[in-house]
Write a protein that binds this ligand. Structure first.
Ligand code: CAA
Length: 382
């Protein structure tokens, strides 16, 4: 749902201009420094990008799902690293509070997340619990009006920058599955919480992940999201439904950029006496990419509109994430192929994007987890 087409198109124009004039020209600098420059971050804060999806009541822009996915598609014409920096505030690091938080939790954290004053981060994955997220081992033992957290989280996006973590931990210490899990809001400066060194990754230079270790970390009982034990896995899954749809939108944006790069190169590069774009084998690759991007975009928009209509979209989010993340892998591969040797060189945008987009088939649920979610729905008759 687009609430006010005129003001939304102003927002999209602003994002598109920012991408074209400020972000794309700085991509190589971000890769080289493995960091987003401070002036770009300041501009992202001023534009309200950290608060895109946080309700207006708490200082955000309160975008609907349709508005959010269209904005992500536009933003991700630039390196996905820029979106990743705001992505935990607009998504997984804040949505637990937006969806299930108490009023007190919302007023305490959301305004600071919306302004970008603090960064949110989502701590679900552990060394021994990745796809099987319900098997997590981090414990939260009740002690009076506090919980004491112990355990370790792995590959946590934006952990090095985070001010507050949404941490899934086991409050029913005898349980082994999803039922005994609760979600906690844990401030970064809490004693006993340490963030490891940033991981060395295949791509996405400038976006950071790290381990987060909890060693007798004391958290007030009031910091359980929603105030109720045992609801944390469901909160995490609801957050991931929304996040998976948004990652599908991110894939559509990145695929659009890859196609732009491939098209520009095919027009300019001459072989056998003419631009390679004149050759039908090149045209076939460009056409297949366009058709697949269109299909993914249509899936994302339909699912987003359904979510705005108040319907559950677990199935549609998994379908969109599965298709769009696999699609962008194929589009990236064709873009490198069209560039030939030039696409294998480290100074080409397609080489960097080829590595960057590989992540999308892995995080927020692998392709295989999306297949499993889709199949479970089919078998249940949904
Ligand atoms: N919404 C609400 N509730 C949900 C739900 C959803 N989408 N999905 C499941 N639930 C509920 C179920 O109804 C069930 O509740 P009841 O017991 O009351 O019936 C409970 O949660 C447990 O569900 P399951 O039995 O289906 O749980 P499971 O252990 O079989 O796991 C799974 C299901 C789909 C495999 C899940 O573990 C999963 O999604 N795994 C992948 C984890 C993942 O995506 N990790 C990504 C980490 S975050 C990340 O990558 C971010 C980053 O840093 C950028």
């Amino acid at each position: 749902m687009i609430r006010d087409p005129e003001s939304f198109s102003l927002l999209l124009d602003t994002v598109e201009r920012f991408v074209r004039d400020k972000l794309i020209p700085r991509e190589a600098e971000v890769t080289a420094a493995d960091a987003i420059p401070a002036d770009i971050l300041a501009e992202m804060r001023n534009m309200g990008l950290f608060g895109l999806t946080i309700p207006e009541k708490y200082g955000g822009l309160g975008l609907t799902s349709e508005e959010e996915v269209l904005t992500s598609m536009a933003l991700c014409r630039a390196s996905p690293v820029f979106r990743s920096r705001i992505g935990t505030n607009t998504g997984i690091g804040a949505q637990g509070i937006v969806i299930d938080g108490t009023e007190e939790q919302k007023s305490k954290y959301l305004p600071r997340l919306a302004s970008g004053e603090i960064t949110g981060s989502f701590a679900l994955t552990e060394p021994e619990a990745g796809s099987d997220a319900g098997a997590l081992r981090t414990t939260a033992r009740r002690d009076g009006d506090q919980y004491v957290l112990n355990g370790a989280k792995r590959y946590i996006t934006n952990a090095p920058q985070a001010g507050v973590f949404t941490v899934m931990a086991r409050t029913d210490l005898d349980s082994k599955d999803a039922k005994g899990v609760s979600a906690f809001l844990v401030d970064r400066n809490t004693q006993g919480l340490t963030v490891g060194k940033p991981d060395r990754k295949m791509g996405q230079s400038g976006s950071h992940t790290a381990d987060v270790v909890f060693d007798n970390v004391r958290v007030p009982a009031a910091n359980i999201i929603g105030g109720k034990e045992g609801m944390g896995f469901k909160t995490a899954m609801k957050v991931l439904d929304k996040a998976r749809l948004n990652i599908a939108a991110v894939c559509v944006g990145a695929a659009g950029r890859l196609l732009d790069e491939a098209l520009a190169y095919a027009r300019e590069r001459k072989q056998f006496g003419q631009p390679i774009a004149e050759f039908q084998l090149i045209q076939a690759m460009l056409a297949d990419s366009k058709a697949e991007i269109f299909a993914a975009r249509s899936m994302v928009l339909e699912a987003a509109r359904k979510r705005d209509g108040g319907e559950a979209i677990t199935l549609e989010a998994s379908c969109a994430k599965l298709f769009a993340s696999e699609m962008v892998g194929r589009v990236a591969d064709r873009a490198v192929q069209i560039h030939g040797g030039a696409g294998y060189m480290q100074d080409s945008a397609v080489e960097r994007l080829y590595r960057d987009v590989r992540l999308f088939r892995l995080f927020e649920g692998t392709s295989q987890i999306q297949q499993l979610v889709i199949a479970r729905h089919l078998l249940k008759g949904n």
